[in-house]
Design a protein around this ligand. Sequence first.
Ligand SMILES: [Zn+2]
Length: 294
Amino acid sequence: MAYKIGIDIGGTKIESAVLDSQNNILFRERVSTESHFGSDHILNQISIIYNMAADSINREIHTLGVGTPGSISKKTNFLQNSNTQCLNGLPLKLILEERFNKSLVIENDANCFTLAEAILGAGKKYEFVFGVIMGTGCGGGFVMDKKLRPGPQHLSGEWGHSIINPDGPNCYCGKRGCIETYISGGGLERIIKDNLNLEISASDFLNKDQHNKEEQAILNNFYKNFGVALSNIVNIIDPDVIVLGGGLSNHSALYNIGLDRVYDNIFCDDPNIPILKNNLGDSSGVVGAALIGI
Ligand SMILES: [Zn+2]
């Protein structure tokens, strides 16, 4: 039986999981990323968590997949656009293959999320799944017939950097008014700070029992922008389902008020696309990494 090992490199923790041939999770462990110690330390943490997973199956034959923010540049083989910035510019795939003496696949973490939800989670009944992550930033992925479709530029799913206001706030990507600057956790926190001079996490703000008039106005704008952002996805590619992940996906009003705002902008007289909360919770990243392994 071939096992599948997945590793998910996050900004605060690095996880591994082992799946059996039926995709049951046999083993799962995590270590801290401790990125302030630099890239060599992170690579050692990755080795530790990989060896724990491999030892748990007595180093029997297995595939290996790695999920990370960002992507491997086709031009340079270097990791780019990761928010664990000390890893950017490293040939991460080659380094890990040398360390583990093994071929592996590296994939964007939001793509891993979408694949896991499409195969084992909220999207498993559907052919065409669009995954949306609303966390610190906004990411996503696109799965057709249980396969990732990253596109020739490895770009598909990057809805968070579509521009909804060319004169809007600066985004770290260098553009202005990206969706991420409005409806990610970081974007919403900036809006709250700028308008209310209030330091509060986006999740705490969304889930407050009561919102005063100014807060309600921000909330209404948040739902409106959520509706614009997701209806644009639907109008362009019309997926069978959208599955939400990331910290803000726990906000229950996204699935009724937010859904209504999406339907307001769909170019169709009878919109009915389901927008579902993920099923796998914080397992989706590491499970998706295991599913893409070779
Ligand atoms: Zn951007």
